[in-house]
Design a protein around this ligand. Structure first.
Ligand code: BGC
Length: 489
């Protein structure tokens, strides 16, 4: 069963039914006057975690040539060095769910900071290839743990009226991390100083650890652990205007006395099926619409489009992809809590689909002349490709990028939230791995135009699925969202 729209306009379909006015005003915190000190600390934690995720994802392409020559690696080992971060992230995200329930959101973030720091140090000092791979795996696990813990932490600590912005700042940090990695790649790749590129992540890793040490714990997790007095202190700290008692009561009500985190099998129970479907569907669509084919292979795509020198490719990648990704994420931060999640998703997907179709057409237009054009500089079709990819990145950055992480982190009931988020995040990493692993093979098998058209087709499928299935969750408390699923049964 899907949640059907009560109106036909894209932005207004399935909404969360509201409670009576009184009840609702007790539960939803009023819009914060401004950020309190402790809410700012929450944002700093989230930004460091997201930034490290993005940096570690983006930096490897610049480091590979230097690593290759230092250790004389063959193709297999080069792929291991590249892809084991993703595998580590997959494992890390699964572990982070139960860890987050057992020891708390804050300690899980401490673990992420420690793993980032350790992994960066091991990589940069690695005397041999196997230790480098071990360092890649440690960093990967750190990325996976952070990818679950940071947005979950933001979702549970943010006032309802700002939750979209909080989680989007995590996405903003990912994009800044990727952009910084592109800049550093361009700067250091001539010297081949890969140890510096990989080791640089130790500093923000350590900073994440230190800030997480002092950051507040999630009141929702404390309530789940029956630590009400501490929950009251933490809730009061982050939002001074909150009616703390009503807030804690609503969390307790939502837990319905079941104050132990659920075991794994509960995530698959009937009442969790709908949130699980929404979270996993969004996690898959975020990846199979092509974002990481573009993030990882931008240089090769631009080479196809006629940017012949490595330098010109690096410049277009840094600015047309990296910088645009950062700037367009700001659009989501401005609109996500007012316009809502659905409107951003549905509008962004239209732009993504159209731009991918245009890139496919531009490559068909370049055709066999692509190589000849490469030596003569960018062709008209090449310039069209850059324009279309800028549109694609812009649309992704204000829609599927931030909104998917936001919705994944708000749809689950408290008892299964950490595990549900962990599962959806692992599926996201698995999908990212498949797309990045097989993109070049797909291009070889069906051609670059058809590959982009396939991504465009997935955008169309995603649009229809989201229109029919994903509810609007803006400005609702996490507990109200839970009520919505119960009512929609
Ligand atoms: C995705 C990543 C992607 C990044 C690009 C994130 O939301 O999960 O896979 O590389 O956005 O900005």
């Amino acid at each position: 069963m899907t949640l059907q729209s009560s109106s036909s306009s894209p932005g207004s379909a399935p909404t969360v039914p509201s409670r009576t006015g009184n009840e609702e005003s007790k539960i939803i915190s009023p819009p914060a006057e401004g950020l309190t000190f402790w809410l700012s600390v929450v944002i700093v934690v989230v930004i460091f975690a997201g930034g490290l995720f993005g940096y570690d994802q983006g930096v490897i392409s610049g480091a590979l040539p230097g690593i290759k020559s230092t250790f004389s690696l063959d193709l297999f080992m080069l792929q291991v060095v590249t892809s084991w971060v993703t595998l580590g992230a997959l494992a890390g995200s699964l572990v982070a769910g139960s860890f987050g329930d057992r020891v708390g959101r804050k300690r899980t973030l401490l673990l992420a900071g420690a793993l980032f720091t350790l992994g960066a140090v091991v990589q940069s000092l690695a005397p041999e290839a196997l230790l480098l791979v071990a360092g890649r795996l440690i960093i990967g696990i750190g990325v996976g743990v952070a990818a679950v813990a940071a947005p979950l932490y933001a979702a549970e600590l943010a006032p309802a009226s700002l939750r979209g912005r909080f989680i989007s700042s995590y996405q903003l940090a990912i994009t800044i991390g990727i952009f910084l990695a592109y800049l550093i790649n361009a700067d250091l790749s001539a010297s081949g100083n890969w140890r510096m590129m990989l080791g640089a992540a130790a500093v923000p890793g350590l900073a994440l650890f230190v800030v997480a040490l002092v950051a507040p714990e999630s009141p929702r997790w404390l309530i789940m652990k029956n630590r009400r007095a501490e929950a009251r202190v933490e809730a009061r700290k982050v939002d001074r205007r909150l009616d703390v008692e009503a807030h804690l009561e609503s969390i307790e009500l939502a837990l319905r006395g079941e104050d132990k985190p659920a075991p794994w099998n509960e995530v698959f129970r009937r009442e969790c099926r709908r949130p699980l479907l929404v979270a996993i569907g969004l996690a898959i669509f975020q990846q199979i619409t092509g974002i990481n084919a573009i993030i990882y292979y931008a240089n090769q795509i631009f080479a196809f489009a006629g940017f012949a020198s490595a330098e010109s490719q690096a410049i277009v990648t840094t600015w047309a992809i990296g910088a645009v990704n950062v700037l367009a994420t700001l659009i989501a931060i401005v609109f996500i809590d007012n316009e809502g999640r659905r409107k951003l998703l549905l509008t962004g997907l239209v732009g993504m689909g159209v731009s991918l179709a245009v890139v496919g057409a531009a490559f068909r237009f370049i055709g066999a002349g692509g190589q000849a054009a490469a030596s003569a500089g960018p062709t008209l079709a090449g310039i069209v490709t850059v324009g279309a990819l800028v549109l694609f990145i812009t649309c992704f950055a204000f829609s599927l990028g931030p909104v998917v992480w936001t919705v994944i982190n708000e749809v689950f009931p408290a008892r299964v939230r950490a595990r549900g988020v962990a599962l959806a995040t692992a599926v996201n990493w698995g999908s990212a791995y498949i797309v990045s692993q097989f993109f070049l093979s797909l291009v070889q098998a069906i051609g670059i135009s058809s590959t982009f058209w396939l991504f465009a087709l997935f955008c169309a499928v995603a649009w229809v699925w989201i229109y029919r299935t994903v509810p609007e969750t803006k400005r609702q408390s996490l507990e109200d969202i839970q009520q919505m699923w119960a009512r929609a049964k």
